[in-house]
Write a protein that binds this ligand. Structure first.
Ligand SMILES: Nc1nc2c(ncn2[C@@H]2O[C@H](COP(=O)(O)OP(=O)(O)OP(=O)(O)O)[C@@H](O)[C@H]2O)c(=O)[nH]1
Ligand SMILES: [Mg+2]
Length: 484
């Protein structure tokens, strides 16, 4: 039965979206061949080294995850570190999907790719968190966390040497924030490196008026619980803008954003999947980009961005132009203000993929490094933590020679002979948190909806504790900017 706590809050306080709200994803195209069957309970497994486990939490986490796995199914990239091969020869995603209500998980099970997943790794319960962090963390989430941890443990036992865990989720949903927060605390105890791929709350879109609460409670708990790892931040406003401006999608929906994220996450994680694990692995990436555990929020960009529909190529073509494009604030997958001069940056890494000369890439990186150092008005790194741009790729040979996968034409982002991704620890990411805290302050000043959270067993003090943590986080970014 629904009570006042299980009802989704209304959106009257939420900032109005500038374009119509996203539609739910349309179903994937029918596959010509029936997918292989799911694994039986006692099938023997083959083991492979340096595995990556993906955990998808809540609607956003699962829907983006389903798009990311679909891309790999369609490309036929059944790589052993992300797929488990069972003795029948079938490859099963090393993926755990969890939601508090059944609909989203059921739609994955009933999709044409549904039988490719291990059904025991698709977990759902009866009632969602109704956009409420406290339900995701305390009441409903508490019922799910143990079965979830058992399932993750089983997935870990099927690994030879797990290199890290990718966690996909939203900041705004009750499960995405609350359950993920609970999960992150438990994963942190296990010391396995974790990389989050969250949908952060965007300045102009919100699916509920309490998204700022959920987001502050999630981010605050990451800060005061010292949760390590890194977080590659994206938001729907930035994703819609990229779909509209570069990919010719008139009214983007989650169908488009999720397939875009699937494509770029595939580019970004390619080094972790393909390269020499000794040099490109989760720990190396996190250590190169996160100088202090709390400053773990990274922004992402890639080039070229051109639509599969357009006959012309992107204007940004040379290695140098593409690399420059990736450093501009307005091209990030997270909404940041356009700047006259970029930076400072704490750390940054570039991933090149496709056909390029080794010397061309080296020249570009040298040029960018010089540019950062000599001109105070252009891209620059922080004095506090002077650092150079790194290549995430372990092997430059591999990077230059790697063949581009034939991306299906149903995807919006046109594949290119050469692509570049940047992941940066930019200090202006603090802007995104300022924006969030501002929205939080507006509703918290009136104590609006606080009773929904307190009614689910959360102490009111958690609001102010998390809000203080966000202020400290912003101050840490500020002090690094000032070189202290
Ligand atoms: N990009 C993208 N964003 C999504 C998707 N689904 C939801 N969101 C965003 O995620 C936030 C809402 O979180 P959800 O993931 O729907 O919520 P949940 O984790 O399922 O939590 P509850 O439904 O409250 O139990 C909003 O900011 C939505 O805009 C999706 O498929 N893709
Ligand atoms: Mg949900």
């Amino acid at each position: 039965m629904q009570n006042r706590f299980t009802k989704k809050p209304k959106t009257e306080i939420a900032p109005k979206p500038v374009t119509p709200p996203p539609k739910s994803p349309t179903p994937p195209p029918r596959s010509p061949t029936p997918p292989p069957r799911s694994p039986g309970p006692r099938e023997r497994v083959e083991r492979s080294p340096r595995e990556i486990l993906s955990i998808h939490v809540g609607q956003a986490g699962i829907q983006i995850g389903a798009a990311a796995w679909q891309l790999l199914f369609e490309l036929g990239q059944f790589i052993r570190n992300i797929f488990l091969y069972i003795t029948t020869g079938k490859a099963v995603p090393r993926a755990v999907m969890v939601d508090l209500e059944p609909n989203v998980v059921d739609s994955v099970k009933n999709s044409i790719y549904g039988s490719l997943y291990n059904p025991r790794m698709l977990i759902s319960d009866k009632e969602d968190a109704a956009g409420n962090y406290a339900r995701g963390y305390y009441t409903i989430g508490k019922q799910v966390i143990d079965p979830l941890l058992d399932t993750i443990q089983k997935a870990k036992e099927q690994c030879n040497a797990l290199q890290g865990i990718l966690v996909y989720h939203s900041y705004g949903g009750g499960a995405g924030s609350g359950l993920t927060s609970l999960l992150m605390e438990r994963l942190n105890e296990s010391k396995v490196p974790v990389m989050n791929i969250p949908i952060f709350s965007s300045p102009k879109y919100a699916s509920s008026c309490v998204e700022p609460y959920n987001s502050v409670l999630y981010a605050g708990s990451q800060y005061h619980n010292n949760i390590s790892g890194c977080s590659i931040m994206m938001d729907n406003q930035a994703l819609y803008k990229i779909c509209e401006s570069y990919l010719d999608v008139e009214i983007p929906s989650f169908y488009n954003t999720n397939r875009l994220v699937a494509q770029v996450v595939s580019m970004l994680t390619a080094p972790l999947r393909f390269s020499d694990p000794a040099s490109a692995n989760f720990n190396n990436v996190i250590n190169s980009l996160v100088p202090q555990p709390r400053l773990k929020f990274l922004s992402f960009a890639c080039a070229p961005l051109a639509s599969t529909e357009s006959t012309s190529k992107s204007d940004v073509n040379s290695i140098h132009e593409m690399s420059q494009f990736c450093y501009k604030s307005e091209n990030q997958f997270l909404t940041l203000e356009k700047k006259k001069s970029e930076g400072p940056f704490l750390r940054s890494a570039l991933v090149y993929r496709g056909h390029a000369s080794r010397s061309g890439i080296e020249r570009t990186i040298k040029h960018l490094k010089t540019e950062f150092r000599i001109s105070k008005n252009r891209l620059r790194f922080s004095n506090w933590n002077p650092s150079e741009i790194k290549l995430i790729h372990g092997s430059l040979e591999h990077l230059v020679q790697s063949q581009l996968p034939p991306i299906p034409r149903t995807y919006d982002l046109q594949p290119s002979d050469l692509s570049v991704c940047s992941v940066s620890n930019r200090m202006d990411i603090a802007e995104a948190f300022k924006n969030l805290h501002h929205k939080f302050d507006l509703i918290y000043a009136k104590r609006a909806f606080v009773h929904w959270f307190v009614g689910e067993g959360m102490e009111e003090g958690e609001f102010s504790e998390s809000r203080e943590s966000i202020a400290k986080l912003e101050a840490e970014y500020e002090s690094t900017r000032n070189g202290s």
